[in-house]
Design a protein around this ligand. Structure first.
Ligand SMILES: Cc1cc2nc3c(=O)[nH]c(=O)nc-3n(C[C@H](O)[C@H](O)[C@H](O)COP(=O)(O)OP(=O)(O)OC[C@H]3O[C@@H](n4cnc5c(N)ncnc54)[C@H](O)[C@@H]3O)c2cc1C
Length: 583
């Protein structure tokens, strides 16, 4: 008998799933707003191992320390233009206006930002930003911020459940009442009941086979939301970061180009002159990723015979000099040296696009309330950070705007939750029913007698996503991919687990994560098929132009195992009329 003892219902005023920047910032805000509230954060990792810790390049804010001509309106315009006009402009205005205050607040919490000689916070250039506005801590910005936020959680007495895997959202009749969670340590299952549940579960890079994301970025929160019958928004927009280290795919931060590095092809040309002459290497990521892919297709990549893992281009830092490389981007130097043996002071770094970020997610309003439809809201349910879609990034995110989103909208959502729960009672939950269903689900996984290894099925799924739903997309390839993904998902019942025990059974977690990947992947490809235009990161070779007449709208996707239903939401255009996007 796997679960003999110890299932009890846990009650909290607020339960936050996710110990990254968004979840931690929200928890701090709730504790600051009303210290009497009982707040808990759950994470399947240790909070400081959330993917936020890996963020390198920085966080955008118009502090005007380097460029006094910068304005929040310019930041908002760059963001909307970068989004290919799909971002909701009311949400972008909040992002840009609140940015300086949240960065100063982080500094007051103790975050050690890099400095100008006069002691003010330094700011560097970043892709798609018209001014030097990205604040940073060398190339370890996420590390610097997340550690301070987690320290603050402890200071405010927030309860942390670490290495608990949340496997189900409890949603009944339009109201979220809690979650079901599984203790990785010993297989214990708990029902957590709360007046408000917040998802800050991060991205889904692992849906693809090469990504800059950590192993935990499997889109669980998105999948649980979709499986509960709620919509996801704009899932077709997947960001490829131009400079994944070849061949492993880990990130070489955009900060390296922000500090002056060049992209060169096999002929030694700075090819960005042909794609974005005014911004060169600092064009937005969608444009730069496509440029690299075009160069490789045109035979100007390195290793162009496709042997040993395919082709790449070079990121050249040599002209920057050792002192600058080692003081501004030391971690990127170290990555290239440790992982592929390249000394970036004397050799160019091999790079090619890698999956990096999901622009889509759980649709929310500017208070972080989750939407049930174009016009409705779910009671008791909030989301922020990469798992949410508010939408400030639209069809393409600018670098250094995501940490900012996590902090601005984590804070706002925390404040909204603190007020929301004041007049709410703890909901009633049929505890035994949810425990029995969760146990049955785990037991089914353990009892399955198929012949498929988890990693084989996962690999097949990730390869299909990469081949059929990549930088360039067409109807025929997407359709084939959609069918293949559906068939692969049906093989889920044929996976088998070697480990039948309850202590640290990582196979159970891998199986549950695979379930999430499959739901999310199918939603991405279906949304991509539906959008017959090219906008931001979504490039359809059969529809290469943006089509505002038919597609200047958000996609809402509803999941069921048999099929996916698509609806739309209007885009909020409050400041900038859509224009042609040139750099
Ligand atoms: C290598 C890299 C570098 C980056 N650099 C930058 C940068 O310089 N600037 C910038 O703006 N953006 C950057 N980004 C993007 C940015 O870091 C992320 O978008 C952001 O940190 C996401 O934060 P989050 O709080 O939403 O989620 P995450 O930090 O991903 O945290 C997710 C949390 O949810 C938990 N979780 C997930 N599923 C479950 C579950 N089922 N049960 C329990 N817990 C669960 C995880 O354990 C984790 O604690 C970078 C991203 C990468 C990958």
């Amino acid at each position: 008998m796997l679960f003999a003892v110890g299932e009890i219902m846990l009650d909290h005023d607020v339960i936050i799933i996710g110990g990254g920047l968004a979840g931690c910032r929200a928890a701090v805000e709730i504790a600051r707003t009303d210290p009497s509230l009982n707040v808990a954060v759950v994470a399947k990792t240790h909070p400081i191992r959330s993917h936020s810790v890996a963020a390198q390049g920085g966080i955008a804010a118009t502090l005007k320390n380097v460029d006094s001509t910068d304005t929040w309106e310019a930041h908002a315009f760059d963001t909307v233009k970068g989004s290919d006009y799909l971002a909701d402009q009311d949400a972008v205005a909040i992002l840009a206006q609140e940015a300086p205050d949240v960065v100063i607040d982080l500094e007051h919490m103790g975050v050690l930002f890099s400095r100008l000689p006069d002691g003010r916070i330094a700011q560097r250039a970043f892709g798609g930003h018209s001014h030097n506005r990205t604040c940073y801590a060398a190339d370890k910005t996420g590390h610097a911020i997340l550690h301070e936020l987690v320290n603050n959680l402890r200071r405010y007495g927030v309860q942390i459940y670490q290495e608990w895997y949340v496997m189900r959202l409890i949603l009944e009749e339009g109201e979220v009442k809690g979650v079901v969670m599984y203790h990785i340590l010993d297989g214990q299952i708990e029902i957590v009941r709360a007046k408000a549940v917040m998802f800050a579960t991060g991205g889904y890079g692992r849906v693809y086979n090469t990504t800059s994301n950590d192993f935990a970025s499997t889109g669980d929160g998105l999948a649980m939301t979709a499986m509960a019958g709620l919509p996801l928004q704009d899932m077709e927009f997947v960001q490829f970061h131009p400079t994944g280290l070849y061949p492993v795919g880990v990130l070489i931060s955009e900060a390296v180009r922000g500090e002056g590095a060049y992209l060169i092809n096999s002929q030694g040309d700075r090819f960005m002159a042909n794609y974005a002459p005014s911004r060169m290497e600092l064009a937005p990521r969608d444009i730069t990723s496509r440029a690299i892919t075009y160069e490789i297709r045109a035979g100007r990549g390195i290793n162009n015979d496709g042997s040993a893992g395919g082709s790449f281009v070079y990121l050249d830092l040599r002209h920057m000099g050792e002192e600058k490389i080692m003081s501004r981007v030391p971690f990127c130097w170290e990555e290239a040296h440790r992982l592929v043996g390249v000394d970036a002071v004397t050799q160019p770094i091999p790079v090619r696009p890698t999956i990096h970020y999901c622009m889509g997610g759980i649709p929310v309003n500017t208070d972080g309330r989750v939407r049930s439809s174009d016009s409705g809201l779910v009671e008791g349910f909030f989301a922020a950070g990469e798992s949410a879609c508010v939408s400030v990034h639209g069809a393409n995110r600018l670098g250094s705007n995501s940490l900012l989103e996590c902090v601005v909208y984590g804070k706002r959502t925390g404040a909204a939750i603190a007020h929301y729960v004041q007049n709410r009672k703890l909901p009633t939950v049929e505890e035994q029913r949810y425990i029995q269903e969760a146990k049955a689900e785990i037991q089914t996984l353990l009892d399955q007698s198929g012949e498929l290894r988890i990693h084989h099925l996962r690999q097949a799924f990730q390869d299909t996503m990469t081949q059929d739903c990549g930088v360039f997309r067409t109807e025929a390839v997407l359709q084939e991919g959609q069918e293949r993904l559906h068939n692969l998902q049906q093989q889920y019942s044929q996976i088998y687990l070697d480990d039948k025990g309850k202590d640290w059974n990582t196979e159970i977690i891998e199986a549950l994560e695979l379930r999430s990947l499959m739901v999310v992947g199918r939603m991405i490809i279906t949304s991509a098929l539906n959008r017959r235009e090219s906008r931001g990161a979504h490039f359809r070779e059969d529809y290469p132009d943006r089509d505002d007449g038919n597609f200047l709208k958000h996609t809402l996707t509803y999941y069921s195992p048999s099929g996916i239903d698509i609806q739309n939401r209007p885009v909020a255009i409050t400041m900038f009329e859509p224009q042609e996007r040139k750099y």
